[in-house]
Design a binder for this molecule. Sequence first.
Ligand code: DGP
Length: 110
Amino acid sequence: MATLFTKIINREIPADIVYEDDHVLAFRDIQPVAPVHILIVPKTEIAGVATLPESGDHQYLLNVAKLLAEREGLSNGYRLVINQGEEGGQSVPHLHLHLIGGRKMTWPPG
Ligand code: DGP
């Protein structure tokens, strides 16, 4: 079964796509928690950090986050989040990096 995010990657479900290349799709979160809230998703179906392969160019997600943060004008800072598993608050079992910005963040997260 394709994940929800694979369906977005395959254009079976619409999304506000802001970036795409051979490895990654990025689109705006449907439930934004800040003025900028983008999900950066590898096209490969990896369930999450817990099942991340030993090798692979997954740092690339961070490079895309940096690029999009610059494009979105987040020069005062932003937050990158990966939720893992039930206690981590993960709801979609397809690895994704949240790029969140445009307001002052608080700590600790809920
Ligand atoms: P997480 O809880 O870390 O697994 O994040 C999943 C995010 O995915 C959550 O912030 C809401 C977002 N989301 C869920 N369904 C959709 C959808 O159909 N479209 C978009 N754009 N985002 C979605």
